[in-house]
Design a protein around this ligand. Structure first.
Ligand SMILES: NC(=O)c1ccc[n+]([C@@H]2O[C@H](COP(=O)([O-])OP(=O)(O)OC[C@H]3O[C@@H](n4cnc5c(N)ncnc54)[C@H](O)[C@@H]3O)[C@@H](O)[C@H]2O)c1
Length: 249
């Protein structure tokens, strides 16, 4: 087996479960040393125990000092940083715009948008040294509006990640830092559990994707691996929908 990330050092935010956990799994299998981070310490430690070459550093992505600490601890431990996967995110209660409190709005933006900003900001000086790479995990909801979706703060945060991917790609191309973005459709994780409670819910979600089913977290992880490995060496500023065709509709 060719190890696509041999010798690379990666930080994966939201690595305690779901898409982040599967990404850590595929990264470590491909030879990377991985730091997974999340605000849920217990879940994070359990996750790291199931993986090889992976250490947990718990931190709240909304706290600048904690984010800085994760990046510095990673470099202290492994000597460098090659890959940042901005994956941590939250999904708000479904409400129409006029029902959302400012607190709810700001909370979503603070995690989903300001979090990636904080991690990128502290990682860039190290990525400049390694000609490293950043992946932003956005969403189909950042590409278009969906009837009845009613999660405006989420959509706004994810659309912002799409344009930031292009901004950062341009800004740091001179340092050979590649910045790309994946936009998943509905993926079978804890985040989507509330929407997949019954057979009927699941059938609806499956049928909502042209390919006839929702996605699995490892299907997103594989696209993140592609975008961080040499297989995508000439790709930067790309926005990759990994969504069973949902955003084509
Ligand atoms: N599951 C889907 O259908 C789907 C679809 C499109 C995009 N996404 C995006 O993919 C990413 C991962 O989603 P998932 O389904 O694996 O979610 P998940 O809820 O299973 O995991 C989210 C992760 O983020 C971490 N996190 C949340 N708040 C945090 C905070 N304040 N500080 C640090 N860590 C925090 C959690 O601890 C967890 O590790 C998210 O950005 C999500 O928006 C998911």
């Amino acid at each position: 087996m060719v190890l696509k990330l041999k010798g690379k050092v990666a930080i994966i935010t939201g690595g305690s479960r779901g898409i982040g956990f599967e990404t850590a799994k595929i990264f470590s299998k491909n030879g990377a040393s991985v730091v997974i981070t999340s605000s849920n310490r217990q879940q994070l430690e359990n996750a790291a125990n199931q993986l090889t070459n992976t250490i947990p550093i718990s931190a709240d992505i909304t706290k600048e000092e904690e984010v800085k600490m994760v990046v510095e601890e990673t470099v202290k431990k492994f000597g460098k940083l090659d890959i940042l996967v901005n994956n941590a995110g939250i999904f708000p209660k479904i409400k129409q715009l006029h029902e959302i409190s400012e607190l709810e709005w700001n909370k979503v933006l603070d995690v989903n948008l300001n979090g990636p900003f904080r991690f990128a900001k502290f990682s860039i000086p190290y990525l400049q040294k390694t000609s490293g790479t950043i992946i932003n995990v956005s969403s189909d909801a950042g590409l278009k509006a969906y009837e009845g979706f009613n999660a405006d703060a989420y959509s706004a945060s994810k659309a912002a990640l799409v344009i930031l991917t292009k901004c950062w790609a341009l800004e740091y191309a001179k340092d050979k830092i590649r910045v790309n973005c994946v936009c998943p459709g509905v993926v079978d994780t804890e985040m989507t559990k509330p929407f997949l409670k019954t057979e009927k819910d699941r059938k609806f979600m499956d049928n909502d994707h042209p390919i006839g089913r929702i996605g699995q977290p490892d299907e997103i992880a594989k696209s993140v691996l592609f975008l961080t490995s040499e297989d995508s060496s000439w790709t930067t500023g790309a926005i990759l929908a990994v969504d069973g065709g949902q955003s084509t509709k």
